[in-house]
Design a protein around this ligand. Structure first.
Ligand code: ZN
Length: 193
């Protein structure tokens, strides 16, 4: 599948989801039908938020997308390696980064920067990784969390170029990287341009 077709399929799947007429149920017969092998058409990097189940909101079935989730879709070596595996071994033509409105990880980062009270340990790592997006907007902006969420998606999209081989594949037109935002209320996914 070409990158543009993969993106069109994800967006079409989101429209099916929003319309209330998804094609794919998640039943065991669909699992069995895909058990012989996989040819996924995208790897989606999203947040752990329980309200953003990626297979559901893109109406995708077993075998059709690889999914990587972390708090605020923060990237570490495991995420980069997983994207790299999806691209190199599974030949996915599309890498999508999906943020969402009212992201708790972004809100926590805004809060930490406002109060100077950075969470300890590995949660602090998430905050550190999201902080540049918040700082790029500025804490004085009344809409800082919403704008920082979008800026953080853009930064995460950029990080995908750190995956070995991806810049060359993008240049060759065999892989595309897209950033998008999910609306918790409407169920719609909007591409960031
Ligand atoms: Zn989130």
């Amino acid at each position: 599948m070409r990158p543009a077709d993969a993106l069109a399929e994800l967006l079409a799947g989101n429209r099916r989801f929003v319309s209330g007429r998804p094609e794919h149920g998640h039943d065991v017969s669909a699992a069995a039908a895909a058990s012989g092998g996989q040819l996924p058409h995208a790897v989606v990097v999203g947040c752990i938020d329980s309200r953003v189940p990626l297979e559901a909101i893109f109406d995708q079935t077993f075998g059709s997308i690889c999914v990587i989730r972390s708090g605020g879709h923060v990237v570490d070596r495991a995420v980069l390696g997983s994207v790299g595996f999806a691209v190199a071994a599974l030949k996915v033509p599309l890498i999508m980064v999906l943020g969402h409105v009212r992201c708790g990880a972004v809100d926590a980062t805004v809060q930490a920067l406002r109060t100077g009270d950075r969470p300890d340990g590995d949660v602090g790592y998430l905050v550190d990784e999201i902080a540049p997006a918040v700082e790029s907007i500025g804490l004085d902006d009344p809409d800082v969390a919403a704008k920082a969420m979008r800026a953080h998606v853009t930064r995460t999209v950029r990080r995908m170029r750190d995956v070995a081989g991806v810049p060359d594949s993008v240049a060759a037109g065999t892989v595309a990287i897209a950033g998008a935002v999910y609306d918790l209320d409407t169920g719609l996914v909007d591409l960031l341009t």
